[in-house]
Design a protein around this ligand. Structure first.
Ligand SMILES: Cc1cc2nc3c(=O)[nH]c(=O)nc-3n(C[C@H](O)[C@H](O)[C@H](O)COP(=O)(O)OP(=O)(O)OC[C@H]3O[C@@H](n4cnc5c(N)ncnc54)[C@H](O)[C@@H]3O)c2cc1C
Length: 436
């Protein structure tokens, strides 16, 4: 074995976001030598919140990280959906009952805290973490794959996992597509809870106000010491194709006519940065030889299901389970993993699930943002839902499928036009409404 072979990792992961770090950890836990390359000079995340549903806290538990995540985050009591105009309650999930049903809790956590948990776990697990590596090209080579960096260096391994986010370079190997820009823009804020006490903010709940072409989300973070706020609206300038979309004057105008609780929260948003909401059309092919997409590189969703980071963490866990199921025997030259089999098993199950989440998130966002009669029908439908009806969450919050046979059936849909106003509406929600 040459010195180069001795130092060659089994797997390269490109991208040190939550997807890349969690995949690196999952593969390391199966005995692989993993090197992770991150473009930025330092690892980090936006300082806002994330909702982590039971299909992911189940995986955090498997990684031995759930206790730390719970200690740093909050286990809210309910998810409450309200009408943004009149603040009337539309529906709720009882998260303690939800935990009983799915066996694992619904967690909310600061992004930096979850990212930090994975970063420290990778360090403990021996993942080699490299910053300042901007990957510009991927190629398959005999027995593996190679990446090339801006500046000319390269690295190679038996497999390359591309977790390089929405603008993934690796995705170009599989499909010629572009991010799909919605005209919606998000403002965020994470602030001390003491600044909002008395504003009608729920201390132990995730609250989502849905309104005409806008919505507003609040939930506690860091053991209740902080409040996370997200304000999302359709930007007229983005719709018109103008470059300076989403400016603070648009934010304020978008929430004109919303309830007092929202209007008290709006001045507290960070007003110096905002984010356009993008997704991509689902694709079924995520693997090119020994190069595989993971996380937002494979399936960036609109955020309405609160499943983007969750799916990324599921991806790495599923891939690692298929690696581990082979009980690979390391030789002098290789990890012993049958990568063709492991990657085929990964690609057989994940794209179908994530494609459903992408399309459901689009429909769910549209459903949230109705105005006029459609808003009234939406409200009637949501109000008719039994709090303890899980028809529309089982497909998403249950155990992550390892094979296509384990993937649950899609949930039923109810056309909004079938809802009679003024009479009891049909049972349940119209969509797979995982992340209220
Ligand atoms: C407003 C909003 C709210 C959301 N809320 C939730 C939620 O509640 N729950 C949830 O599960 N999800 C949520 N999401 C989605 C979630 O944030 C993303 O899906 C998730 O962070 C994707 O992780 P990732 O690691 O795949 O990609 P990213 O976080 O984009 O990480 C990609 C990493 O790769 C690096 N990189 C990129 N290109 C290169 C390159 N060429 N070479 C080397 N490195 C590179 C980047 O620097 C970055 O570190 C939300 C998203 C938004 C916008």
């Amino acid at each position: 074995m040459s010195t180069a072979d001795a130092h060659r990792p089994d797997a390269l992961v490109i991208g040190g976001g939550i997807g890349g770090l969690s995949a690196a950890l999952a593969l390391t836990r199966k005995g692989l030598r993993v090197r992770l390359h991150e473009r930025a000079a330092r690892f980090g995340e936006v300082g806002a919140g994330l909702q982590i549903a039971p299909n992911c806290t189940r995986i955090l538990a498997d990684h031995g990280l759930l206790d730390e995540a719970v200690a740093l985050g909050v286990l809210p009591e309910h998810i409450v959906m309200k009408d943004a105009v009149d603040a009337g309650e539309l529906t709720r999930l009882d998260l303690q009952d939800l935990e009983r049903r799915y066996g694992f809790p619904y967690l909310v956590i600061h992004r930096g805290d979850l990212h930090g948990i994975f970063l420290r776990a990778c360090e403990r697990g021996g993942v080699e973490l490299v910053n300042g590596s901007h990957c510009v090209a991927y190629e398959n080579i005999p027995g593996g794959a190679r990446v090339t960096f801006a500046g000319g260096g390269s690295d190679e391994a038996e497999v390359v996992i591309a977790a390089d986010g929405l603008h993934s370079v690796a995705r170009g190997l599989l499909v010629r597509d572009e991010p799909v820009g919605s005209a919606y823009v998000a403002y965020r804020a994470a602030l001390p809870f003491d600044e909002v006490r008395g504003n009608g903010v729920h201390e132990r709940d995730v609250v989502v106000y849905v309104g005409p072409r806008c919505h507003f989300v609040q939930y506690p973070l860091r053991a209740g010491r902080m409040l996370n706020q997200v304000a999302v609206f359709e930007s007229p300038k983005a719709l018109a194709g103008e470059a300076d979309w989403g400016t603070p004057d648009e934010l304020d105008r978008a929430f004109d006519g919303t309830c007092a609780q929202i209007r008290k929260g709006l001045p507290l948003m960070w007003r110096d940065r905002w984010w356009r909401m993008f997704d991509r059309d689902p694709i079924t092919n995520w693997v090119d030889g020994r190069i595989a997409l993971l996380g937002d590189a494979a399936h960036p969703p609109l955020q309405y299901m609160a499943q983007g980071a969750v799916m990324a963490i599921e991806d790495g866990w599923v891939l690692a389970e298929h690696v581990g199921a082979q009980r690979p025997r390391r030789s002098r030259r290789s990890s012993g993993v049958d990568w063709a089999a492991a990657l085929a098993a990964y690609e057989a199950v994940r794209p179908e699930h994530c494609g459903r989440v992408i399309t459901t998130a689009r429909a769910w966002g549209e459903f949230w943002h109705h105005d006029g009669t459609r808003r009234l029908r939406r409200n009637a439908l949501l109000r008719s839902r039994d709090t303890y009806d899980y028809t529309f969450t089982d497909w998403i919050y249950g155990p992550t499928a390892l094979t296509p046979e384990q993937e649950p059936e899609p949930c039923p849909t109810i056309p909004l036009d079938s809802v009679e106003l003024g009479t009891p509406a049909g049972q349940g929600l119209p969509l797979g409404s995982g992340g209220l």
